[in-house]
Design a binder for this molecule. Structure first.
Ligand SMILES: [Fe+2]
Length: 305
């Protein structure tokens, strides 16, 4: 398939040359060379066979919503600006079950979080992760903390621009989405201070600027396709004209824990009116600070921010 180009917007569709279809015994279709070239750096498509899977039928999702604790269900009105503070996102006035039953017309966005708490979804997640690990371990070793989320969205809903902390593949089950992704390696677009803010749990939504479009990609995500979101690459999503159901599968690796700690360290340094070196610019400095921070945490002298 075509590899994304960094310096211009690009519309990719699975109708174009695409990742290989999953083998009969597999859930995912992954192009090994494309995965090796792009994982953690550039978004790319994979394919999947979950379109008719019983775990994504509406009645099964309603059962899941009834069994998950309230803390694992987040939902709100879906017709909102593509740039908005999380706290200002409006409620939709319905219960989670009503939202799911009426998703076609209630103009809402709903996520079922950590669905791996249910053994059936856990087994499915683990199968997917085993297929991804066969490719990811050579690049980002130590896969851990696999998590899964199911998004249900009304036609025309918007997910505002934000960043996420995990390695992520978004598998489109039903309906379509236009995904706008921006290059998270660009520190003009995603400043160090924004990452410090994020890793200190002070918010994940961002302010959008028109010039972001020069630094991004636009993907037409159709059923049967999956899209890789590199860690903390800003993105926002426009739902298509039908109800959308998406399965987001995520995992962590030890280097991400270290990254989080480094941004927390730099946030502390900045509180003293100093300007810390960007994370990754001076590896020796990073290693010294990280090891010192970890030792202080083990002694209980420093808490995470
Ligand atoms: Fe996201």
């Amino acid at each position: 398939m075509t590899t994304a180009v960094l310096d211009r917007p690009l519309l990719q569709s699975v109708a174009a040359p695409a990742a290989p279809a999953a083998a009969p015994s597999s859930l995912l279709g992954i192009d090994p060379a494309e995965f090796a070239a792009n994982f953690t750096q550039v978004p790319f498509f994979i394919r999947h066979t979950l379109g008719q899977h019983p775990l994504f039928q509406v009645e099964r999702l309603l059962q899941l919503a009834r069994e998950l604790p309230p803390s694992c269900i987040e939902y709100n009105a879906g017709q909102i600006p593509m740039s908005i503070e999380h706290e200002k996102t409006p409620a939709n006035g319905l219960s989670p079950e009503e939202t799911i039953r009426r998703i076609a017309e209630c103009k809402s966005w709903l996520v079922l979080k950590h669905v791996q708490r249910d053994p059936a979804y856990s087994a499915l997640l683990n199968e997917c992760m085993a297929e991804i690990a066969a490719h990811s371990e050579a690049i980002a070793p130590g896969m851990c903390s696999p998590q899964a989320f199911i998004f249900l969205t009304s036609p025309g809903s918007i997910t505002p621009i934000h960043i996420d902390p995990e390695h992520n593949f978004l598998l489109q089950i039903r309906g379509s989405k236009i995904v706008h992704l921006y290059d998270g390696r660009d520190r003009k677009l995603l400043p160090e201070t924004q990452l410090e803010h994020f890793y200190c749990d002070r918010g994940r939504n961002m302010v959008y600027h028109d010039w972001f479009e020069e630094k991004g990609w636009t993907f037409d995500l159709q059923p049967g396709a999956g899209l890789h979101f590199p860690v903390t690459y800003p993105h926002w999503v426009q739902n298509g004209e039908e109800v959308s159901i998406s399965f987001s599968i995520t995992f962590r690796t030890p280097d991400l824990d270290r990254r989080r700690a480094m941004y927390q360290i730099n946030d502390r340094i900045r509180r003293f009116k100093l300007s810390p070196k960007p994370v990754g610019q001076r590896p020796t400095r990073d290693a010294l600070l990280f090891n010192g921070y970890r030792a202080l945490r083990r002694l209980g002298l420093v808490k995470e921010s």
